[in-house]
Write a protein that binds this ligand. Structure first.
Ligand code: AMP
Ligand code: ZN
Length: 484
């Protein structure tokens, strides 16, 4: 089986193939840091995480880039309304960058609590204004822009494939156009690349540019930063479905206009919304529930992660506390099972991966389950099936406990439900954590030595441990130790 993703561009399942062998360039739209992320936003980042971890498990080297929007995102994605950052700073009586810094930290605190891996590159819009200006210059040189009313616009009529991602039809766009929104626009879907005339006098952050002192449009930041870190064409771009018709459509238009290369991005992956009471959950409407509020109500952040994984990312997910309770109970049952297994086996953490070289294989009877687990994720990242796979493995009483636990811990490297920590809690009970880690390191070194056919060193390590009363046991699921 090969990893298959549903590509929004073309609306079909496609086998994933990289631009350069073994490497994946992945860009995910990051947060606008004007307030706390709500739990709907966090769904988008949970998808990034599953994608990155699945690719890593497949052996790819993933460069995961995420932007932090700290300027230019207006309340309406379509150049309408006030800059979200400025508005928030005004309301709180603080500086824009202060606000940005505070909510960026809060954001990563949330993602960390959800076991969401940090991106390889986190880039702030305000640190990349020069890159944006240079990109806009290229777009201008290639004839895709016009200047009107103090702003530089992208002219979508110069870009015939505009709207392909969203399946927008040009004739329909013209016919259904809302007029009067911005009289400077030649086509209603034209968008601003560079503002000099803010509708608001108090735009806090402005920079010099060839078009006058001002600030960039929101869409250009993602094009500029993704191409800076991933090259003019790259593999995957992700975001919520709300970004398809405007933000991502505009990102494609301006990127391909600048480079003349098509496709700019090979796979577009979009998560459906988390909804509450059938409405759209949006930070802008202020109706958002935060992760902290769930914690305050007694939930573990990973209960929420479990809840998210129990739905497929392309299906709308309805949030309710009953559903979250269900997720909490299910995760507690998982942890109970893992604790019981850890108690029985005394497995040493960290070895399973070394043993298997990071790939499936080497877990004895759990291998078949790992294969099914990988197959589930190959099916457009089906986390509900992958979770079910974890459960069937844990329920199999026929195979050795060590193999069950080793297999479950490997699955949890992708699922991120805190199983390893739970097992470690059992193994370290009454033990010195540093001592356990030291033994773990030595076992790892012995395994390396064996791999390099340095059997003398391998034996030395075994004997040194034996002198300390630690006996090693090599088995199909890894090396285990016990006190002898
Ligand atoms: P923002 O910080 O508003 O730019 O949004 C951050 C990410 O969250 C984007 O990828 C949005 O598409 C996504 N998003 C916003 N609301 C929701 C929601 N209710 N459910 C899932 N994803 C969302
Ligand atoms: Zn973006």
């Amino acid at each position: 089986m090969a990893l298959t993703l549903f590509n929004t561009l073309g609306r079909e399942f496609q086998v994933f193939e990289t631009l350069s062998p073994g490497r994946v360039g992945f860009y995910g739209c990051g947060p606008t840091v004007y307030s706390y992320a709500h739990i709907g936003n966090l769904r988008a980042y949970a998808l990034h995480d599953i994608l990155v971890k699945t690719l890593t498990r497949r052996g790819y080297e993933v460069t995961y880039v995420m932007n932090i929007t700290d300027v230019g995102h207006l309340s309406g994605d379509n150049d309408s309304g006030q800059d979200k950052m400025v508005k928030s700073a005004e309301e709180r009586g603080q500086g824009v960058l202060e606000i940005a810094d505070f909510y960026t930290r809060a954001f990563f605190n949330d993602t960390e609590r959800l076991n969401i891996q940090r991106p390889t590159v986190v880039c702030k819009a305000t640190d990349h204004i020069e890159d944006m200006i240079n990109l806009i210059k290229k777009i201008e040189e290639r004839g895709f822009t016009y200047f009107a009313g103090g702003n530089l616009y992208f002219d979508i009529s110069r870009f015939p494939s505009y709207g392909d991602l969203a399946l927008l039809r040009m004739e329909e766009l013209r016919a259904g156009a809302r007029t009067g929104l911005d009289e400077n626009k030649r086509n209603p879907q034209d968008f601003v690349l560079w503002f000099t005339k803010s509708k608001f006098e108090n735009q806090a952050l402005v920079w010099d540019s060839p078009w006058g002192r001002g600030y960039p449009g929101w869409h250009i930041e993602c094009s500029a930063m993704s191409m800076k870190y991933l090259g003019e064409q790259f593999d995957i771009h992700a975001g919520g479905i709300d970004h398809i018709p405007i933000h991502h459509t505009n990102e494609i238009a301006q990127s391909e206009a600048a480079t003349g290369k098509h496709p700019w991005v090979r796979y577009w992956v979009h998560n459906e919304f988390l909804v509450m009471d059938k409405g759209k959950m949006s930070k802008s409407t202020g109706g958002g529930v935060t992760l902290q509020s769930l914690v305050d109500s007694g939930y573990d952040p990973l209960d929420y992660r479990y809840f998210l994984l129990s739905g497929h990312y392309r299906s709308q997910l309805q949030f309710s506390f009953e559903a979250l309770d269900g997720a909490r109970n299910a995760r507690r049952a998982l942890l109970d099972r893992v604790r019981a297994l850890a108690d029985k086996t005394g497995i040493v953490p960290g070895l399973e991966e070394k043993k298997a070289g990071g790939k499936a294989g080497g877990y004895g009877k759990a291998d078949a389950y790992l294969k099914a687990f990988d197959a589930a994720l190959d099916e457009d990242l089906s986390t509900p099936k992958a979770l079910a796979g974890l459960w069937t493995l844990l329920r199999d009483g026929e195979i050795p406990s060590k193999e069950v636990l080793a297999g479950a811990l490997v699955m949890d490297r992708v699922l991120g439900l805190g199983l390893a920590k739970e097992a470690e809690g059992v193994w370290n009970r009454g033990e010195d954590l540093d001592f356990n880690r030291e033994i773990d390191t030595l076992i790892g070194e012995r395994w390396e030595a064996k791999k390099n056919k340095d059997f003398v060193k391998a034996d030395e390590i075994r004997n040194a441990l034996k002198k300390r009363g630690i006996l090693l046991e090599d088995g199909p699921a890894g090396t285990f130790w016990r006190r002898g």
